[in-house]
Structure formats: C-alpha cells, structure tokens
Design a protein around this ligand. Structure first.
Ligand code: 3HC
Ligand code: NAI
Length: 727
C-alpha cells in the first residue's frame, strides 16, 4: 500500500502502491502515515521523498469511499497533510504520471515538488460534484495565486508539468528519473529553514480586483452549467482561503464539502465517472460479450462521403494517426470536403507545441482524397457516411463487399436505418456494424456502436477499440429504429410539440428544460439543427402531416396522435436558424440569437382554433414530466428488449451525445432518483389523459420493476430476463 525504503543515503523514500492509479484508500493513507512516522523517528533520516509506484503519483482519494461522510472523515487525509507539512525534515514530492485530487493535495503538504515533464496535475474534484477537501482549496491559492487556483479548481482541468512550473506549482521539471531528481533536491535542502515552504503559514497573494475575479468566475460557472452546485462551492471555498486564516478556511472547506458530498449531484457525477468506465463491458441478448471478443488492429481506414459527418470522421481518424482514404461521388464534393478537412487539421497543427513536427496532411500515405473505389482495396475498415437513404447505402455496401479485402470491417454512420438490412447487401454480414458518430464528429465524444443479428464479437470489439483510439466513448447497442439515443429522443420531441398545441409556448418549454440543466431546450435545438432534417426523412417515409384536414381526429394517424406543426413550418420555409425563422425568429438567416416570434404565436392561436383545441395553462412540473418521462419510458423499453446492456449504457449515451446535465447523472439514474413507482403513476396519469399517445403508456419492464419492489438501478438488469429476446 505504501512501501518505506531506507536506502544508504540520508533520504527515506515512501512509495505509494495501489494499482492501477495509486488511489488513496484508507489503508493507503494509514500506510503513508506509518512511513512518515518511521522516517521522522529515525535520526539517520534527514529528508523524505514521497513518490508513487508504476510511474504514477496518485489519482486522489479512492472514489468508491465517498459513499458516506463518515467514511471520508475516517480517512483523515487532511489531518495527515498537516502532519506532512509540520514534519521537521524536508519532504519532497516526486510527481510522475499523474497527481490528481487528493494526490496533488498530498504534494501541497510537502515542502518541495519535482515533476516529470510528462506528468499532469489537477484538482478534478469539481467533476465529481465535490471540492478539493484535503486542504487543496486553501493551499493551492496560497501557492499559485487566486486567478490560476480558481481556474484549476472550478474547471478540474489537468495541467501539464511545464505549465505547473510556470504557475509555481512545482519547483522543478525533469526529463529523467524523477525520484532521483527529488532525492538530489532533498539532499540539497537538508538543514534549510522549512517555514517559508509551509503553505499554511502563507496568505493568498493580494489582488486589487479580487472581487471582480470572483464575480466573473461565478458568472462563468453559472452560465456553463446552470444548477450545478460544485463549481459555485469551489469558488466559495477559494474565497475563504482569501478572507480567512488558514485554520478557519479549513473549517469552511469541510463545511462546504459536506454539503456537496451528501447532495444528489455528487452521487450522480460519481455514478457517471464509473458508468463511463463500465460501458466497455457490453453483452448481447444472445450471450456474446466483451469477455470473449478480441479486437483487430486498424492500420488504415476509409471514409465514404465527405459531407458534414464524413469530414468530422476523417479528422478524428487523422488526429489518431490512422492513415485515411476519403472517397466522394464527384470532384466538386471531393474538393469541398478536402478543403474543410485540411483547414481544421492545419489549424490544429499550427497550435502544436514549438519544436514538434507537424504532420503533413498533404501526404497521400496519411490522407488520400479520391473518387476511385479501388483505392479502398487494402483498408482494414470503412466508415460509410453518405446520404441517409437505404437504397443508396445498400448499393454502396454491396460494392464495398466486392472491393474491400475479405478481412475488412464495414461500418455505417446511419442515424436510424437498420444495420441488418444494410448488412444483407453484403457477403460478410458478420463484419458489418453501425458506428453512429454525433455532429460535429471531431468534437462530440459519443460513438454509438450498433451490432446487427449477425455482427461478430470481433467486429464489435474492433469498433469499441476504434472508439478508444479516437478518444471517444463507445457504447454498444442493439439494432432498432433510431438505436438508443435517437429512439428515446422521438417521444421527447413529440411531447414538446403536443404541449404547444395544448397551450404552452416554445419559450416556456425551453425554459423548463434549460432550468433542468440542458444547454438548449427542444425548440432552440430544433432551430439549431434545422427543422428540414426531420421533415425530409418524414417525407421520404410518406409520414408528413401538413396537409391533414382540420379537426381533432384528423390530427391522428392510424389511431395515434400526430402533430403536423413542424411540417407546416417547413412548408412555409421556416427551417430554423439557417432561414432566420423557425419556432423563433432570428435577426437574419444564419443568426444565432432566438427571439420570441409574434407571427408564430398568432399562427399557433389560429392553428388551435382551426383544430378546435381547447387550451389551458400548463405548469412547469407538467412540462418537465411530459418531456422527460416518455423519454425515460422508452429507455425502459430498450432495457427490456435487451437493446442496451444496462441503464449505465443509456446514461452514458445521454451524457455524451444529448447534453443531459451531468450533475443529474443521465435519464435512467434520474428515474431511480424520482422513484420508479412515482414515474409509473405519472405515466399512467398522462397516458389516461392522452390515450392516443403510445409513448406515454408505461413500458412492461418499468411495470415489472415496480411490481418486484423498486430495486436499485444496479439490480435492474437481473429482472430483464425473458424480455431480452425481441431483437
Ligand atoms: N478512485 C478509485 N478508482 C479510480 C480512481 C480514483 N480516484 N481514478 C481512477 N480509478 C480507476 C478507474 O475506475 C479504472 O478502474 P477500472 O479499470 O476498474 O475501470 C482504473 O482506475 C483506471 O482508470 P481509467 O480507466 O480512467 O484510466 P485512464 O488512464 O484513462 O485515466 C485517470 C486515469 C486520469 C487517473 C482517470 O482515471 C481519472 O481522471 N481519475 C479520477 C481522478 C479524480 O477525479 N481524482 C479526484 C478524486 S476525489 C479526491 O481526491 C477528493 C479529495 O479532494 C478529498
Ligand atoms: P451530407 O449530406 O452532409 O453528406 C453526405 C455526403 O455523401 C455528400 O457529400 C455526398 O456527396 C456524399 N455521397 C453521396 N453519395 C455518395 C457516393 N455514392 N459515394 C461517395 N460519396 C457519396 O450528410 P451527413 O449529414 O454528413 O450525413 C451522412 C450520414 O450520417 C447519414 O446517414 C446521416 O443520417 C448520418 N448522420 C448525420 C448526422 C448529422 O447531424 N448530420 C448525425 C449522425 C449521423
């Protein structure tokens, strides 16, 4: 847990040992304390170096131990950090790999810090819904000043060693052996006074505009994540460092931490941390899983179609140093795509560190643009990103299956079409898989990986590995219309429009959803992504309803309620931001600031009158529940059918691809917070009031979970049993 090494020199080494990341569990902290006690008691020891095993200092407190305030108190880390500082022998931290959270806080108790050039340092507690509570919020500002400390603590970012040196966070950065360098430094400082090195004896460097710095930081965090408590609490803790003596500041730090620790937000964020690390562990309803699958290497890839998505996918592959062949249908599209891709890559390369050789994106061995299908002969994997049209996709996959080498994997970026049907056009359905990137593909982290009936475990594992290589979060799901993310979105969007018909406004609905924590509500989002996208796909399927005659029954299709409002707006050329008008109005086509549109409000009133819809006031609670509960209900259907391997998988999709507020954990965790019996009761109520809306009818799986006594989220899948056979 912590190894005490007493070498021939006067420097004792205490080595943290808790693989894989040297997390500070109770036992590790106890062993550290024991090591330090031995070093102080041994008169031949003149200085101490604390380092970590396996090239890592420490990733901080073991996140599993945050389940209760009592456990954290017992951990005693803050008190131990005071002990380090008060030691009468110099203590030097040798930082390799990572020093994060409690790990960095331990180094702040040390008198000196030496970091390896590749080390990263940070206080990421805020990303877990917490604040640095092992004295970090009080020590860091004393060491690096208010603005830099506020920035690190409220963003949780990891900074490289070179930046840490500039900020004064470390004393030395070395390229060679960090422990050796720390021993050298320790030997050098033996006998020097320690008081100037004790951060608790310092004050935060004064700043004439400190108030302005705090208010700007507050405004920034409120804007970035409304309703998210931890960043605001971090600011309050740093303020205490500025205004209070050290000991009182520590009390404030603890008080604020305790409130955060017992909040639902910290629970949700820690759940999200582990959920993102658990999604690699996929299973399919027919018994295959991550355990039995090994990925194949991807040495060269191809992308078909260089539109919005293809461009982003090529950029992601090139960034990950995977040579890419990019293919288009004609010269004009090829040139346009090439220009856009190379512009982004070169812009990024120009920001690279001085002295680093920028990759040559004009080198065809790295990035080849072509119209020739034969150029795809040798690639290991192809990602198709042409128009969303089944006939076109099948034709392309037929061709790919003939041209590509037999071992090549064939992926489609389709957002909703059946992977099985696409695969049926090939002679290798076991190597066909959906890789659903999110726009913009070079920025968004989510990759939905969709297996079909015949997709092999090797193909799934290869796509999962590809996601990792591209630094994305890959979530494996089954094949159904819209897969997981978009399928759950359909009822959400549908309800938002029904609410308008019944008496609400785009402004009211968006506000409720944004107050909940989404960056943009459904109508602002629809204007942003363009109403025409859904319209053209509905037209293709013969599903538009603009021409339905007036009268309530006419707003139903096949016994199911249907609102033609989005179709009517599209017929009027109101596609959203791109045309300057949609659910809102904008200053011009391409404008970004939505304003309420009196035309739309009048139109809505006429529409309701034409269709004899009686309007009523709809309160915030109903807006929230009507939008979110059917989305969650669809999630339960997905779990019951075995389309997702578990609730965490759905939550990771929503956190990384749909802007679900992270501090609320994802739709399925939110369902467990609301309580399944309450969710069921509400869905039943709304479904009785709107019997022609199937998405409000509670799913069988939700009913089952309530019937078996509302088990905790972790146990849900053990009840999915027989229902997981519908794929
Ligand atoms: N506690 C417990 N487990 C941890 C952990 C921690 N602090 N940090 C990482 N792990 C586990 C992961 O869950 C994972 O376990 P698994 O293999 O069983 O899934 C394993 O370590 C490896 O982690 P990653 O898969 O994330 O490996 P990477 O190499 O991609 O990333 C990392 C390593 C950058 C350290 C990343 O794991 C990370 O960011 N960890 C969290 C760091 C953090 O937030 N620390 C603050 C803790 S709170 C604190 O210290 C409070 C104090 O102020 C009182
Ligand atoms: P797009 O219309 O921007 O680009 C499609 C590109 O494919 C065009 O450049 C076109 O010239 C090219 N193309 C068409 N036929 C071709 C052929 N035979 N050979 C080579 N290239 C050909 O479309 P977009 O938005 O990039 O979408 C592509 C796919 O990604 C679709 O299946 C879509 O559903 C999906 N998708 C789109 C998202 C979005 O937000 N735009 C998000 C996620 C998935």
């Amino acid at each position: 847990m912590a190894q005490y090494v007493r070498g021939p020199s006067a420097v004792a080494i205490i080595r943290l040992r808790n693989p894989p990341v040297n997390a500070l569990s109770f036992t590790v902290i106890e062993a550290l304390e024991d090591g330090l006690k031995r070093a102080t008691a041994d008169p031949s020891v003149k200085a101490v170096v604390i380092c970590g095993e396996n090239g890592k200092f420490s990733a901080g407190v073991d996140i599993h131990t945050f389940s209760s305030a009592e456990e954290t108190r017992r951990a005693g880390l803050p008190a131990f950090i005071s002990v380090i500082e008060s030691t009468e022998k110099p203590v030097v931290a040798a930082i390799e790999g990572i020093a994060l959270g409690g790990g960095l806080e331990v180094t702040l108790g040390c008198h000196y810090r030496v970091a390896h050039v590749q080390a990263r340092l940070g206080l990421p507690e805020v990303t877990l819904g917490l604040l640095p509570a092992a004295q970090g919020s009080q020590r860091l500002p004393r060491l690096i000043g208010l603005p830099a400390a506020l920035d690190m603590i409220t963003t949780g970012k990891h900074i490289p060693a070179a930046e840490a040196l500039k900020l004064g966070l470390v004393d030395e950065v070395v390229e060679g052996d960090t422990v050796e360098a720390a021993i050298r430094l320790a030997n050098k400082v033996i006998g020097q006074p320690l008081a100037p090195r004790r951060l608790s004896l310092r004050t935060v460097p004064s700043l004439p505009n400190a108030d302005a710095v705090f208010s700007q930081a507050l405004a920034r965090v409120k804007k970035q994540a409304p309703g998210y408590m931890a960043p605001e609490f971090c600011i309050r803790a740093v303020r205490a460092a500025m205004e209070l003596p050290f000991a009182e500041g520590l009390l404030k730090e603890r008080e604020l931490f305790t409130v955060l620790l017992t909040s639902g937000q910290a629970r949700a964020l820690q759940y999200a941390f582990f959920a993102e690390r658990a999604v690699d562990k996929w299973t399919t309803p027919w018994g295959t899983s991550w355990k039995s699958a090994s990925p194949q290497p991807i040495r060269r890839a191809a992308v078909l179609g260089l539109g919005t998505m293809g461009q982003g996918i090529v950029i992601s592959l090139a960034r990950a140093n995977i040579p890419v062949v990019a293919l288009e249908q004609d010269q004009e599209h090829l040139d346009k795509g090439r220009k856009a891709v190379v512009a982004v890559l070169e812009r990024e390369a120009s920001k690279m560190k001085k002295g680093t050789r920028a990759p040559d994106f004009h080198d065809p061995a790295r990035l080849q643009f072509t119209l020739d299908f034969k150029a795809l002969r040798d690639v290991d994997l192809v990602i198709e990103a042409v128009f969303e049209n089944m006939a076109l996709k099948k034709e392309i996959f037929r061709k790919l299956s003939e041209i590509c080498k037999p071992s090549a994997f064939l992926c489609s970026n389709t957002s909703a079409l059946s992977i099985d049907e696409i695969a049926s056009a090939t002679r290798r359905p076991e190597q066909v898989i959906g890789t659903h990137f999110f726009a913009p593909a070079h920025i968004m982290r989510l990759l939905e990986i969709i297996y079909g009936r015949q997709t092999s475990p090797t193909t799934i594992a290869t796509a999962v590995r590809l996601a990792k290589t591209l630094k994305k979060v890959g979530v494996v799901v089954g094949n159904c219309h819209g897969f997981v993310g978009n399928r759950m979105m359909f009822p959400y969007g549908e309800q938002a429009v029904f609410l308008l018909e019944e008496g609400s406004t785009p402004e009211a609905v968006d506000k409720v959803i944004e107050d909940f924590g989404f960056k943009v509500g459904p109508f602002r989002m629809s204007d942003l992504s363009g109403l025409d996208v859904g319209w053209s796909s509905r037209k293709e399927q013969g599903l538009t309803g603009a021409s339905v005659p007036p009268g309530t029954p006419a707003r139903q299709r096949g016994g199911r309620r249907y609102s033609p409002l989005p179709d009517i707006l599209c017929e009027k050329g109101r596609f959203g931001q791109k045309t300057g008008q949609g659910w809102y109005q904008y200053e011009k086509a391409g404008g970004r600031t939505p304003k309420p549109d009196p035309w739309f409000h009048n139109f809505l009133a006429e529409y309701r009158a034409t269709h004899h819809i009686k309007t009523r006031f709809i309160d915030q609670e109903e807006i929230l529940e009507r939008c979110l509960f059917p989305l969650i209900n669809e999630g339960f259907k997905i779990l019951g059918e075995g389309i997702a391997s578990g609730p965490e998988h759905i939550d990771v999709i929503y956190l990384n691809g749909y802007g679900w507020p992270r501090h609320v954990g994802g739709p399925m965790l939110y369902a467990s917070t609301v309580g399944l019996p309450r969710l069921l009761e509400k869905l039943q109520k709304y479904s009785e009031a709107h019997p022609d809306v199937p998405s409000l009818q509670p799913s069988a799986f939700l009913r089952k979970l309530v019937a078996v006594g509302n088990p905790p989220l972790k146990e849900w899948m053990s009840y999915a049993g027989q229902q997981r056979n519908k794929l």
